[in-house]
Ligand binder design. Structure first.
Ligand code: NAD
Ligand code: 6OD
Length: 484
């Protein structure tokens, strides 16, 4: 079994309390994780402040950016180690992690290392009564120590999506990875040391949420800002903690994302896109599609094609040849998803495919497997249409008119993402502009431009990150006024 330690002030730190990380594939113990208590959180926050005052804070912007670029190369050199660790923790297919999680882990540093070199500043010439005037300009300064609380679904990707801009802007961080996925954040500590990033700039503390590392970190008065990705309910608790001391938060929260499929779509592309958006990463993507609205003339054909696609998905372990669907991350999450499968059946849904646990070989029987599942025959008020399930499952419903489908797509407390499938460009623009979500894809899904704003509407989040938008959270803008 691996030992996973905290990473504080450039050193790997053991504690007396441990918890066990189990494999999603067969539920065997794979790591003993050292749980941080209040003392370790204090040390990490102090180290982060010391780095701000000292070696990190003293670097020029160009030196800082250069170090982050070196980090990109170092992550790429350790690609296989990151891949191994991410697949072990999550059970996701190696092909997925190799194309998405790990490259994005590096790209999240690259984009902000580049961007920070070319950020413009504003300047105003002001009139004054004496006629001499004044010059006003703005400077950006780091916010300080950022608490970064992360989920388990895309561990390295979502953690570096916060750490990349935070460090590029000159902050230091204390990261609390999910208790389900402690490995890649810890491994990144090794890489930080290899690159020579000063001790205390990047710290990792392990543990759970309430009464553990997550709460200790977000309640810590010397954490200057908190960026969080996870469930809306947890985000609400973190916002309450951040209210103490009036500290800023950036929240990326849950979703119940629709896809809208018009009868004039390219059907092959729509099927391929909806299979990916509903089932990749076993549906454990905040941007995943859990509701598909299909224009009625296409409905039967679409459902049949989606069923054939879902049934063809190969389920298995990360390294299995051609595998497309791994297990869910944990027993607890498997039980949650299966409870929705039971509720859907109990409510009289038509189970087009799936609905249970797939048959697996004996050695994997204890793993967290669920079948990819498609339902029809439930209405918009059912909990299946309303609550985020976060599994490989989707409800498909017919619609008749554009206004109707826009209203139904928007009829949710969430507002993260939406996909629209049509070949009519005018309609695509018209509908996209009326969708209440932070991100709308037309004829695609999860096509990411890292300079564009990313974030949720309604209960899917607060704030926007990505490109210059990240600067709004990770820097403080100050005005300097010079009287002439
Ligand atoms: P979660 O909210 O259960 O946990 C996220 C993190 O918060 C974990 O590290 C956990 O230990 C910590 N935590 C829990 N309670 C806490 C508390 N009271 N104080 C401080 N920390 C606490 O989320 P999850 O189950 O890990 O991830 C799945 C959820 O995340 C889904 O709802 C998904 O939609 C959402 N998500 C959203 C985005 C986005 O970009 N909007 C991205 C990924 C995941
Ligand atoms: O691509 C991203 O930057 C991002 N934050 C994706 C979120 C995916 C949610 O699971």
């Amino acid at each position: 079994m691996k030992e996973i330690r905290n990473f504080i002030n450039g050193e790997f730190v053991e504690t007396a309390r441990h918890f066990t990380k189990r494999s999603p594939m067969d539920y065997s113990p794979i790591a003993r994780v050292h749980e941080a208590g209040k003392a370790e959180i204090d040390r990490a926050v102090e180290a982060a402040h010391a780095a701000l005052r000292g070696p990190w804070g003293n670097l020029s912007l160009s030196e800082r950016s250069g170090m982050l670029s070196a980090l990109v190369d170092a992550i790429t050199l350790r690609f296989d180690d990151f891949l191994e660790a991410e697949c072990a923790d999550t059970g996701k297919p190696r092909s997925l992690a190799a194309h998405l999680d790990i490259p994005r882990g590096a790209a999240n540093f690259k984009v902000f290392a580049d961007l920070i070199r070319s950020v413009p500043a504003e300047f105003f010439e002001s009139a004054t009564p004496d006629g001499r005037g004044a010059l006003n300009y703005s400077i950006r300064r780091p916010v300080g120590v950022i608490g970064v609380v992360c989920p388990w679904n895309l561990p390295l990707l979502l953690m570096t999506w916060k750490v990349g801009p935070a460090l590029a802007c000159g902050n230091t961080v204390v990261v609390k990875p999910s208790e389900e996925t402690p490995q890649t954040a810890t491994l990144l500590g090794e890489v930080m040391n290899q690159v020579g990033i000063p001790a205390g700039v990047y710290n990792v503390v392990h543990g759970f949420g309430p009464d553990s590392a997550g709460a200790f970190l977000t309640e810590h008065p010397k954490v200057n800002a908190i960026t969080f990705t996870g469930e809306t309910r947890t985000g609400t608790a973190i916002m309450k903690a951040a209210a103490q001391g009036a500290r800023p938060v950036s929240l990326e929260l849950g979703g119940k994302n629709p896809a809208i499929v018009f009868a004039d779509c390219d059907l092959d592309a729509a099927i391929e896109g909806c299979l990916r958006s509903s089932f990749s990463n076993s549906g454990q993507v905040c941007l995943a599609t859990e509701r598909i609205y299909v224009e009625r003339p296409l409905f039967e054909k679409f459902v049949q094609r989606l069923k054939e696609g879902a049934e063809a998905l190969k389920i298995g372990c990360p390294d299995d040849e051609g595998v497309e669907l791994g297990p869910l991350v944990s027993r607890e999450h498997q039980e949650k998803v299966l409870s929705y499968y039971r509720k859907a059946a109990g409510m009289g849904a038509t189970v087009v495919t799936g609905g249970g646990v797939p048959p697996m070989p004996e050695r994997l029987a204890q793993g967290c497997w669920v079948q990819p599942t498609i339902w029809t025959g439930l209405d918009d008020d059912s909990i299946i249409a309303r609550e985020e399930i976060f599994g490989p499952c989707v409800l498909v419903q017919p619609f008749d008119a554009e206004d109707e489908v826009i209203r139904r797509a928007n009829d949710t407390e969430y507002g993260l993402a939406c996909s629209i499938w049509t070949q009519n460009l005018s309609r695509a623009h018209r509908v996209a502009a009326q969708i209440e979500a932070g991100l709308v894809w037309v004829n695609s899904w999860f096509l990411r431009e890292l300079r564009a704003p990313f974030g949720g509407s309604k209960q899917s989040g607060i704030g926007r990150e990505g490109g210059v938008h990240s600067l709004e959270f990770y820097t403080e803008l100050r005005n300097i006024c010079i009287k002439l």
